[in-house]
Design a protein around this ligand. Structure first.
Ligand code: ATP
Ligand code: LTN
Length: 326
């Protein structure tokens, strides 16, 4: 059985892109693999955060992930800061990666351009992400295409450490989600649906009510040629609706395209499929919210399970690089 690891930051509301592009796959992986999922609160601190907001978004994200279908009996779900080995290994990773490599990360360039205060943590972010992944002898990392560079640098760090100090880490592989799982903004279908673009009408939140979902899909940008086919180059808006309907139903967008002749019918079907997908998640979320103590108990059990593996890897790493055992 392969070991799968992935992480998500507790920042902003979850949207349909996160759900169809990432979380649906996380749920599938827990059935077939040994899956470890982490809410990366330490990564969230790389940009300024209000303490109360960070605390509540961490708990809410855990409840949402469980509502979406992550089952603590089938996977390990925990909060990064609850397992101190992440910070400890991150230091060793910072001493293995070079300043030049970190300077070439496009995520750093994007985020530092947009931020007034540029923390050292934002710069060393990839070392902490490498620690997250390498602590669990991870084989597969399911994340979106935007994370490609972070997985590459993790592989480079692992290979360099193994070369210097002998076999210590498993070198992980990036798993790209199935085609069609990149969900675009409903108003600007040339760019991805995203938390940080603040495009209210282009983004559907996982907790959004059915009326609002239907309105947004009804108003989604299409084109004027009236033909339904999957072709992102020339028909981004229609193709996005086909991707959404396909991903929500578990069909390919090309297959879905065959069933419709009018844009209005495609939009109604996409709206129905999204509402059908979100309603049960919203109901489970409401139930989980009623008992935050239970969520915290599950997260604590998850952290204990994670720590068993993480502490073994950390000790091995410390020994191999020459730290004197206490
Ligand atoms: P931001 O807009 O701040 O970059 P985000 O909305 O991209 O945030 P992340 O927290 O960076 O969300 O991503 C969580 C996961 O969701 C990642 O694996 C990412 O690849 C995936 N993801 C994010 N947006 C989309 C999208 N529009 N379509 C498919 N997958 C997505
Ligand atoms: N950088 C990732 C979040 C992240 C992650 C990880 C993903 C932190 N640590 C380890 C996979 C594995 C993001 O912004 N989506």
């Amino acid at each position: 059985m392969a070991r799968v690891f992935s992480g998500i930051q507790p920042s902003g509301d979850l949207h349909l892109g996160n759900l169809l592009g990432a979380l649906v796959n996380w749920v599938n992986h827990q059935e077939e693999h040994e899956a470890v999922y982490c809410i990366v609160d330490l990564h969230a601190l790389t940009l300024p955060k209000d303490p109360e907001e960070l605390r509540s978004s961490t708990l809410e994200l855990a409840q949402l992930l469980m509502a979406v279908g992550l089952d603590p009996d089938k996977c390990t779900l925990f909060v990064q800061s609850h397992v101190p080995e992440h910070s400890q290994l991150a230091w060793l990773m910072e001493c293995t990666v070079s300043y030049g490599e970190l300077s070439r990360m496009t995520a750093f360039k994007d985020k530092s351009d947009r931020s007034e205060f540029i923390s050292a943590g934002l710069f060393t972010y990839p070392a902490l992400q490498a620690a997250d992944i390498l602590l669990y002898d991870t084989d597969l990392v399911p994340v979106g295409d935007d994370q490609r560079q972070h997985i590459e640098i993790t592989r480079d760090i692992a290979e360099r450490f193994n070369h210097r100090f002998g076999e210590t880490f498993v070198v992980p592989e990036h798993v790209i989600p199935p085609a069609g799982a990149r969900i675009m903004d409903l108003q600007h279908p040339e760019r991805k649906m995203s938390k940080s673009q603040h495009s209210v009408n282009g983004t559907i939140n996982v907790l959004e009510n059915p009326d609002s979902v239907r309105k947004k899909i009804k108003r989604a940008v299409t084109d004027s040629d009236g033909e339904i086919r999957f072709d992102f180059e020339s028909k981004a808006g229609v193709s996005n609706l086909l991707s959404i309907l396909g991903a929500a139903k578990g069909d390919s967008p090309e297959e879905v395209a065959k069933s419709f002749e009018r844009y209005g019918d495609l939009k109604s079907a996409a709206a129905d499929a999204v509402v059908d997908l979100l309603l049960p998640i919203q109901e489970r979320y409401a139930d989980l919210q009623a008992d935050p103590a239970e969520t915290r108990r599950l997260l604590q059990a998850g952290a204990e399970k994670a720590q068993e593996v993480a502490s073994r890897t950390l000790t091995r790493t410390q020994q191999n690089c020459g730290l004197l055992q206490a």
